[in-house]
Design a protein around this ligand. Structure first.
Ligand code: AMP
Length: 532
């Protein structure tokens, strides 16, 4: 027997139709690298996206073809998201910070036919063009380049068309994850998974959107679908404030001038913003909700936001989870907690929304599902309708039994379901048969006022198997002596976790997605010797 309700396919073009119809005059702003600004509306975004759909068809782009972008955050990039999927295409957002080998591999693997890019990435295009044989058309978002200019390209169309009809299980977006080893892997999002994710993301505990929200997405549109903001924002008709540069001074100015109420970005972004406020003065204006994830939010950062009356949604997720897995939503006893306890709660990665399930397996014996006791850490697995099943073009599923996906993260789950990430399975340090969390050591180290960044890695030890060493970058002009750092650490971690050595360096290596590259660090300290 069939149900009696209407057919309403969960395709993402419905989102921009809704935004144009219900929030048509709501503004979107872009601040360009030269300081100039452009403004459009949700109705304008839809109209331009329809034009782009026509322009893509004119290029011979058919349903399922991959359309790549390599661009910063701006409204033309947003238009391209809807224009690409509107033509039935699969939007492939390329991270320009990846290495040439990865860029070559991804474009070839995706078989991208069109690339839309910012002029600032022209050197990458020039360098890579001969290694990207599948790309037939290059379109530049900025005028003045030799390539076709985006506005001219869509300007020749009238927008009088319909979106290409898609099924909700058709793919709409392709995002590659760049592990530290092996080739990047493509995660192929569907219309349905994207829509379910977007509907979830607007909840108060996640993006907390309504029609009054003014959102500054600092998380790049080329990383993990910008956490789904371009879709979720259209559902509620938020005013987007895009910055084509991640310069802290520009971000602070935009927050003030555009009345930004919501912002999303990785912890490094907010460190930059705080430094800017400390040196140049100013405040965070109307900002009241921060979504932060990608790596653990330092406790001191959470505290500073909260002291300013800003709600923190500390989120965990990955490209494979579209990317929302958990957010730091308030537990039911929130109002009974002291301020310090509230900050402690937010320093964990929070709880899942409906649609995501988590479990942890014993690190030594994966047959054992660990209790949610808030103590025992294990290999974190996840499942749900917006979690990867099989990587693009892979021959086997990425999941183990019952659709569980192994995240590569190590975590503790608390009795109330709160997730607390403790490490990556590859980075956790095994000392005398017990696990030391490199991430917790790092978090403890950056509580020292002179420490800008810290990374803990395991070094082979004749007696203990592995022992941690801490690699530290000092803040400019700061004096940090190892003893004072050790004292700070001792107040936060168990004594046997204290690093055997502290090494000061000028810079810690990062991956193309801005995370500490433990692999490079381990290579650098490969011959490091610890005494018995
Ligand atoms: P990516 O797919 O590049 O977004 O990377 C996902 C990985 O980032 C996760 O598997 C975690 O290791 C890490 N990550 C994401 N959010 C957090 C968080 N809030 N705290 C700690 N690590 C995080």
């Amino acid at each position: 027997m069939l149900g009696g309700m209407q057919d309403w396919s969960l395709v993402v073009t419905q989102i921009v139709d809704h935004a144009a119809r219900e929030h048509g005059t709501r503004e979107l702003v872009t601040r360009w690298a030269d300081g100039s600004e452009s403004r459009t509306t949700w109705a304008g975004v839809r109209q331009s996206a329809l034009r782009m759909t026509q322009a893509l068809r004119r290029l011979g782009i058919a349903k399922g073809d991959r359309i790549a972008t390599m661009a910063m955050n701006h409204h033309r990039h947003l238009i391209s998201w809807y224009g690409a999927v509107g033509a039935g295409g699969v939007l492939h957002t390329i991270n320009p910070r990846l290495f040439d080998e990865q860029l070559e591999y991804m474009v070839g693997h995706a078989e991208d036919r069109v690339l839309l890019y910012d002029a600032v990435f022209q050197p990458i295009v020039d360098r890579m063009k001969h290694r990207w044989p599948t790309i037939e058309h290059y379109i530049c978002y900025d005028s003045g380049a030799q390539t076709t200019h985006f506005e001219d390209w869509i300007g020749g169309e009238d927008g009088q068309t319909d979106w290409t009809e898609c099924d909700e299980r058709d793919p709409c977006m392709l995002c590659y994850t760049s592990g530290t080893t092996g080739n990047p892997k493509g995660v192929l999002y569907e219309h349905r998974s994207t829509m379910l994710h977007a509907l979830t993301a607007v909840q108060p505990a996640i993006f907390d959107f309504d029609a009054r929200s003014v959102m500054l997405p600092v998380v790049p549109m080329f990383h993990a679908a910008s956490w789904g903001l371009p879709w979720a924002g259209a559902i509620t008709g938020v005013k987007f404030v895009f910055s084509a540069v991640n310069d802290p001074a520009a971000l602070c100015e935009l927050i003030q001038n555009e009345g930004v109420t919501h912002a999303a970005g990785v912890p490094t972004v907010w460190l930059g913003v705080f430094q800017q406020l400390d040196s140049a003065g100013g405040n965070l204006g109307k900002l009241r909700h921060i979504i932060c994830g990608g790596s653990a939010m330092p406790r001191s950062m959470i505290e500073r936001f909260m002291r300013n009356g800003i709600n923190v949604a500390h989120a965990w997720g990955m490209t494979e989870t579209s990317p929302i897995g958990t957010t730091g939503c308030k537990p039911s006893n929130w109002d009974d907690l002291t301020f310090d306890e509230q900050v402690d709660a937010k320093a964990m990665q929070g709880r899942v929304p409906f649609g995501v399930e988590l479990r942890c397996l014993d690190l030594g014996d994966p047959a054992i599902v660990l209790p949610r006791d808030g103590k025992t850490s294990g290999a974190l697995q996840v499942r749900g309708p917006w979690v990867v099943k099989r990587y693009f073009k892979a021959e086997a599923d990425a999941t183990v039994e019952d659709q569980w996906f192994d995240t590569g993260d190590v975590a503790v789950i608390h009795p109330d379901g709160t997730l607390q990430l403790t490490d990556r399975t590859k980075d956790v340090i095994k000392s005398g048969g017990e696990w030391i969390s490199s991430v917790e050591l790092e978090n403890a180290a950056i509580a020292h006022p002179g420490v800008a960044e810290a990374a803990a890695i395991g070094i082979a030890h004749p007696k203990w198997d592995e022992r941690p060493i801490l690699v530290v970058v000092k803040k400019p002009g700061a004096e940090v002596d190892p003893e004072s750092l050790r004292e700070v650490l001792a107040t936060r971690v168990a004594k046997w976790w204290l690093p055997d050595a502290i090494e000061f360096v000028d810079e810690i290596p990062h991956t193309g997605t801005g995370k500490i590259s433990k692999k490079d660090l381990r290579d650098r300290f490969r011959n490091y010797r610890l005494e018995d």
